[in-house]
Design a binder for this molecule. Sequence first.
Ligand code: NAD
Length: 458
Amino acid sequence: MTKRHFAVVDPATGEPFAEAPDQHPDELDAIVERSRRAWLGWRADPGARTAALLAAAAAVEAAEAELAPLLTREQGKPLAESRAEVARTAARLRYFAELAPGPAPQPVEDGRPVRSELRWRPLGPVAAIVPWNFPLQLASSKLAPALAAGNTVVLKPSPFTPLATLRLASALAEALPPDVFTVVTGREPLGARMAAHPGFRHVTFTGSIPTGRAVAAGAAASLARVTLELGGNDAAVLLDDVEVPAVAERLFWAAFRNCGQVCMAVKRVYVPDRLHGEVVDALAGLAKAVEVGPGLDPASRLGPVNNAPQLARVEEVTARALADGARAAAGGHRLDRPGYFFAPTVLTEVPPDSPVVAREQFGPVLPVLPYRDLEQALAAANGTGYGLGGSVWGSDPDRAQAVAERLECGTAWVNHHAELSLAQPFAGVKESGLGVAGGPWGLLGNLQPFVLHRPERP
Ligand code: NAD
């Protein structure tokens, strides 16, 4: 029925290489209705759900040889990282299959002669909207808990990365009943119409803060539950006892993995005055040495930025910092080759109010800022509207932990960053998010309490 298509660009060349259906928002009514009908069967049989989700995990693994290169082609990341993303997608399906159907019925007692029981029920069709940095991993973080809880899912990938998600849907179709999981692809206002569609009972969104606000406003129309996983501007605070050679490489990859296009990447580094030069030199040395190239080339450790508008944003914040007096200890410019390649960039002497520090850069550019006393560094780390993650680095882990406990964010790490387990909750504070994903909390986010209450005697 869909006649229109849009082009998908390979960021390693800057050239279109495939097309995806450009679905019209008016198609949503029929899609959501099919999802609602499928829900009636899917919610009824928790045992069948677990079996289907385990089969879905196996189907993803079986499709790895197709999924991983397709993901690299449209997203840009090195093939090894795409393979890891596919593996994590399967692992998440398996994790939630085993957690399903959720908490057992539970008596609620307050001493009165009543029988009151708490049960957890699925919500209905769920709308999931995800960005382009981890298309499969983020899709699975939405669909695995929602399906395990007994909901059905309609998922929209970013128009920059629709292909691996469409291939994921065809793999999952081998394991799931029809219409339990549907992928829709298209340009805006498809996402906006999804957020506001009255047939959804939960809208779960990962993406930028401005779009998150629009999604919440859209979902207000139906008062659907809203879960938002939004942008971050994570600070790494180095303490004065840190051993720079021991941590430099870990810190570098925490900032530059996936070309810095990670919600929880290290996006600014605070370093004691005395160590500032050493840290800048170590990070700049790594940035200059790292192999940048197409993700399908096995030698590449960093690929291109995903898309032209994002590359333009990265160029703009970098140029602005340099114009404000910053110095590029490494990089600072696009690479002179086809595709959306930007040289891994380490900035020093950056004014603290420069956008590359104050806002999320979401690219391979890292400002390193000196501090005189730790209170000043903590005030700066906590002094933004973001609150996703943060980390503290030092030789004494207890001291580092005491400082990490003072970070205003959802997850704080000691001596590493952005390590996540499937079993832990994932939630941003302040403008970085609303609601909780991950682990048993992710399942609860897709269930609603139902209480049955009756007197002990008739
Ligand atoms: P984005 O907000 O531009 O787009 C995200 C998704 O929303 C895409 O599918 C897009 O097509 C869709 N969309 C666009 N306009 C919409 C609208 N009006 N209504 C509904 N949907 C709409 O984000 P992006 O540029 O694709 O991704 C980068 C951002 O995502 C960064 O800010 C990053 O930090 C964030 N992110 C957050 C997490 C997290 O878990 N907290 C994880 C990954 C990425």
